[in-house]
Design a protein around this ligand. Structure first.
Ligand code: DNO
Length: 392
């Protein structure tokens, strides 16, 4: 695998020079200043590429070329937006960039309730607290019928929590779920008004969009963009849903092995592939992540390595890279044997050694990811040696 690192562009506090010193080979980035739906011009792509190359690195993966909401819910501007998407892909192809990650999650990308949860060893981790997530849905978003989506004992805990919650607790959860976690990925929710109201407005067009309908909308999108991917050898790779379950009544369609089988067969072409995000998949008890890696490696174009640990009551925590529920050594084995030098990033890391004071994007601190990269690099070295010896 190729060692890559997610970089948020010139404003990122981790610089290209820092990445180079710790052995990173390829950069994963996007034109973060553009909003979803805007055209990626050849000039803008080239400028970013040259900047990366001037630092002695290469632009290996686009994460993400965002898919506009109207494409996902099939709004009136869908075809025009798909047309722009195709032209952006074509421009990436012209600039020699061949791996493009995207997701098809309605409204909200990844969800965590705590961005800096203290761990017993003094480090901070990303965390998902099921009761606080339900509390946000039922009491803060106030979604109609939300309580029916949770077991009665969780609804009871939500009531108890709501009785003692302070205004600061409410702002913290809104800030975490809507503003901080989403903001740096697809741009902040613009305009005036409260984030919760904006969030509700974004959800409204999905009323009545079922899982089956969302799948059809993804198929429609894939059929439209695959020809240009074939022409320019662009490997499109969808990111699984994080966590892998429906949230806030919105359908999600990349949650388990059946979903991925459906997706890969919807347009059965090598260029229609997967970002194997072990961390997202590992947050679902239903997923046997190693078996999934074995099955889907041939259509995987980009690997995100990390693992969660599942806790009682539906919580999960992002574990250290050597101590999660997924055996990452086995995943390294599977993807190294694929033999295609798949780009791999360690995804998130713990917040350690002063990372918290610098103001990195949540999950994307320097020291935590550097430690994880070192651990994965060690796994890769051992596995490569194993493969070499097996051939003697
Ligand atoms: C979070 C990320 C996701 C991912 C997008 C890809 O840390 O893994 O936001 O970049 O879903 O489209």
């Amino acid at each position: 695998m190729e060692k890559t690192w997610r970089w948020f562009g010139p404003s990122d506090k981790v610089t290209l020079e820092m990445m180079r010193q710790i052995g990173v080979e390829g950069v994963v980035t996007a034109l973060h200043r553009l909003s979803p739906g805007e055209l990626w011009t050849e000039a803008a792509i080239r400028a970013m590429k040259e900047r990366i190359e001037a630092a002695g690195l290469r632009w290996s993966v686009v994460e993400s070329l965002p898919v506009s909401e109207e494409i996902k819910y099939a709004g009136p501007r869908r075809d025009a937006l798909i047309d722009t998407y195709i032209r952006s892909l074509e421009n990436l192809g012209r600039c020699g960039i061949h791996t493009v990650c995207y997701n098809f999650m309605p409204v909200i990308d990844w969800v965590r309730t705590d961005l800096e949860r203290p761990m017993p060893d003094g480090s901070l981790s990303l965390y998902f607290d099921y009761v606080r997530f339900a509390w946000f849905d039922i009491k803060i978003l106030g979604r109609e019928g939300a309580e029916r989506d949770f077991p009665p004992e969780v609804v009871e805990k939500v009531e108890a929590l709501d009785r003692v919650a302070t205004d600061a607790d409410r702002s913290q959860i809104v800030d975490t779920i809507i503003t901080k976690t989403q903001g740096f990925i697809n741009g902040p929710l613009g305009g005036d008004g409260s984030p919760v109201e904006k969030f509700r407005a974004l959800m409204a067009p999905y009323a009545g969009v079922s899982k089956a309908q969302l799948r059809e909308n993804l198929r429609y999108f894939l059929e439209a963009v695959l020809p240009v991917c074939r022409e320019w050898d662009i490997r499109l790779c969808i990111h699984p849903d994080d966590p892998p379950m429906p949230v806030f009544g919105l359908p999600r369609i990349v949650c388990d092995a059946d979903d991925i089988r459906w997706l890969l067969s919807a347009v059965d072409d090598f260029h229609n592939g997967l970002t194997f995000c072990a961390g997202s998949l590992s947050a679902g008890a239903h997923n046997d992540v190693e078996a999934m890696a074995r099955e889907f490696a041939p259509r995987t174009h980009f690997v995100h390595l990390r693992s969660c640990n599942l806790l009682p009551g539906g919580d999960f925590v992002e574990a250290p890279h050597t101590a999660g529920r997924v055996n990452l050594v086995e995943l390294v084995r599977i993807f190294e044997r694929e033999g295609r030098e798949l780009p791999m990033r360690v995804d998130h890391g713990k917040t350690i050694l002063g990372d918290e004071a610098v103001g990195y994007n949540p999950g994307y601190g320097f020291h935590g990811r550097m430690l994880a990269l070192g651990q994965v690099e060690g796994m890769m070295a051992a596995v490569r040696d194993e493969i070499k010896r097996s051939k003697i």
